[in-house]
Ligand binder design. Structure first.
Ligand SMILES: NC(=O)c1ccc[n+]([C@@H]2O[C@H](COP(=O)([O-])OP(=O)(O)OC[C@H]3O[C@@H](n4cnc5c(N)ncnc54)[C@H](O)[C@@H]3O)[C@@H](O)[C@H]2O)c1
Length: 354
């Protein structure tokens, strides 16, 4: 995306980065996801991993042995004080994102924060303001925006191949992993919300959620979220850590065609030339509906690794002053939506009155 495509307040005034030397990067948080960032960064051209940080010394020791020669620290301040670090990648729990990212930006480091960008829209806005003020790149790890099947659907939508979109329905369920500190909404909804906002380029004006804490008291482990977009498109997102098998499936229903995006299938994108035609009757006798079931086409999808594409976009954004696809404005809107869904859970459901 070119910088000119964005509204001025989303476009950064960042200075370009010299192409003459490798970009020094630090990864903070080496739990479940952080090691994937480290592995990908070691494969990326023009990047040097200059610091690894985790508050847990035992975990850090494992990385010291795996990557000898890379400085390690349990203290975040040591990363911020290291002049070899140009950019900090944060893969710590959600509730730490705002504090660590704001300190990283204030220390003059380009900053990549794992999803979600921040624990509230207000703190996400604050991070964007600090990044603008400091003239630094701030990006969020919305990996699905870089997933080839998601990009294939984006292209179908851009070419208007599906016609008017009526609704999008998705299921992201599995047995586990229960998180001790966040609900299934904060854990999984940012994936579906980032995909929906990337595809539709509009923010819903209505969100409603129901859920329950089936296993751990106070931790929502199943949620059903409904969204309505200003264009009229409806969406339903089912999230759960309690399911007999893993499902990552989204159905997009348009007036011309329908798509099934199944992230766990070897054929992730199938396009159905199916639909229904309704002829407006002049009399009741002329009432007519005709259903159409045509070809089903499995599209060829690129096999590039989303994480590599995401990190390439981040480093390119720093070097060439481009705006990444998972830009901070999209990340902020994902947080606002997640917060709204979580807020809806807390409210009383309207009594059906029977
Ligand atoms: N992009 C994706 O597909 C994806 C997938 C999984 C997780 N994530 C995100 O990655 C982040 C981390 O998730 P996880 O599952 O790896 O968590 P985790 O709990 O497994 O690991 C977090 C690590 O951060 C360390 N840590 C905590 N506070 C710290 C601090 N102040 N300074 C240094 N280290 C600190 C912990 O010791 C731990 O090792 C979350 O934001 C999560 O949403 C993204």
């Amino acid at each position: 995306m070119a910088m000119d495509d964005l509204t001025p307040n989303r476009a950064s005034r960042r200075a370009g980065f010299s192409n003459n030397h490798d970009l020094g990067v630090a990864v903070v948080g080496l739990g479940y996801w952080g090691p994937n960032l480290v592995r990908a960064l070691f494969e990326l051209e023009g990047v040097r991993v200059t610091h690894l940080c985790d508050a847990d010394p035992t975990r850090l020791e494992r990385f010291r042995r795996r990557y000898p020669g890379v400085p390690t620290a349990t203290e975040f301040d040591a990363v911020l004080a290291d002049p070899a670090v140009d950019a900090v990648l944060i893969a710590t729990p959600v509730f730490t994102h705002f504090e660590l990212a704001s300190r990283s930006l204030r220390a003059g480091k380009h900053t990549f924060v794992e999803k979600p960008l921040a624990p509230s829209a207000a703190t996400a806005d604050e991070l964007i303001e600090i990044a603008d003020e400091m003239d630094l790149m701030l990006m969020c790890g919305h990996t699905f925006v870089y997933s080839p099947p998601v990009r294939t659907v984006k292209e179908l939508l851009r070419r208007n191949e599906l016609g008017d979109i009526y609704f999008i329905s998705s299921s992201r369920v599995n047995l586990g992993l229960h998180q001790p500190d966040v609900s299934v909404i904060w854990d999984l909804a940012p994936h579906d919300f980032s995909i929906l906002l990337y595809w539709l380029e509009e923010q819903p004006d209505f969100v409603s959620a129901m859920g329950r804490d089936s296993v751990m008291p106070g931790i929502t482990d199943v949620a059903f979220i409904d969204l309505q977009f200003p264009s009229g498109i409806l969406s339903h997102v089912e999230l759960s850590w309690l399911a007999p098998s893993k499902l990552r499936r989204t159905v997009i229903v348009g007036s011309e065609k329908m798509v099934v995006y199944d992230d766990s299938s070897p054929e992730p994108i199938r396009v159905f030339d199916s639909g229904v035609v309704y002829k407006n009757p002049e009399t009741f006798g002329e009432y007519q509906l005709s259903y159409r079931t045509g070809d089903i086409v499995s599209l060829k999808v690129d096999t590039a690794e989303p994480l590599m594409l995401e990190l390439e976009d981040f480093t390119r954004a720093i070097r060439e002053r481009t705006v990444p696809d998972a830009h901070s404005g999209l990340a902020r809107d994902v947080v606002a939506l997640t917060e709204a869904a979580e807020d809806s859970l807390q409210r009383m459901v309207t009594d059906v009155g029977v």
